[in-house]
Design a protein around this ligand. Sequence first.
Ligand code: SF4
Length: 392
Amino acid sequence: MAVPFRQFVVKVNSRCNLACDYCYMYEAADQGWRRQPVTAAPRTLRRTAQRIGEHAATHRLSAVSVVLHGGEPLLTDPDDLGAFVHEVRARVPAGCAVRATVQTNGVLLTERRLRALAGHRIRVGLSLDGGLAHHNRHRIDHAGRPAWAGIRRAARLLAEPGHRAGYAGVLCVIDLESDPVEVYESLLRLDPPALALLLPHGNWTTPPPGLPGGLPDPAAARPTPYGDWLCAVFDRWWRDDRRRVRIRLFQECVALLLGLPAAGEALGLQPFDAVVVETDGSIEQVDALKTAYPGATETGLDVFRHPFDAALRHPGVVARQDGRAALAEDCQRCPLVEVCGAGHYAHRYREGHGFRNPSVYCADLQRLIRHVAAALRRAADPEAAPVAGAAP
Ligand code: SF4
């Protein structure tokens, strides 16, 4: 049975003030952003709010999450963002909480904007690649100038006691050229309440940096640079900081290993419940799919003509809500499938074979999951001998 959407990613602006060279929005196979209006018109946002309210009422949702996204969402005035969020809150049924976040590169974040966002109960998530200038060398503006000074100012502002309540956390894409522990420690110094460590988007046809493409074969020996990177961070976090900062990927891995539910996109078999509204009102699947092929996110639906329920019937959404049955046979047979869930959907793609493949990060995910499992075993029984196959 279809699981309702609970996370609505709303593109308020389709352009960005930065030109990061790895950006999956502007540098990937899909260049659909070029056809999008620069900003979402007020009538598009009003209709989106109405559709979110309708969906929340139809499915009697007790909470929804609204992520204000772009491009760079702070190219839109915070009071306009606030007006949209206010409209969503007015449209959902009584008792349905609306959690609103703006996901920004931070460069345009000022004290005034931050206060305005807080006034509208919109929290701020910051996207960066580490807590030092050289980690952010790929984050440049359209003239090629480094964005780091603006990012650092935003991070400092958010960490101030007066703004901390509105600090949702930091989102960081892994760069193998950066030392994992150095990146982690530098991010901790920014004092985020939560940290999302993301694998760069890639697939079997367009592999991520540092990984070969080729044929999906979970039995083949493959390098695990991302697994190694994450294990190094996990060890520090597990030993010193797991009560200080939330790291979603690690917390989900621990929860899933313990047989608990975990609602994330990177691991597990739980149905995916996020949907995107583009600046023209198109209803789309999440942006990460843009890295697969042009048009991969399109559903042919829009908020003017269709309720979000129509998107729940789209084959791409159904495939992401179908659990183990929708996975490749190798994944269905895999002993780690309950935890791994074949990883992020976008990372399974292979040209000519669609998404029914193991993750291009299969070996890395195995490395991380076994490593976390070993840490859990040691925590439960410090005398326990290492288990065969559980690489430390
Ligand atoms: S479930 Fe994960 S670890 Fe297992 S084969 Fe699939 S991608 Fe690989």
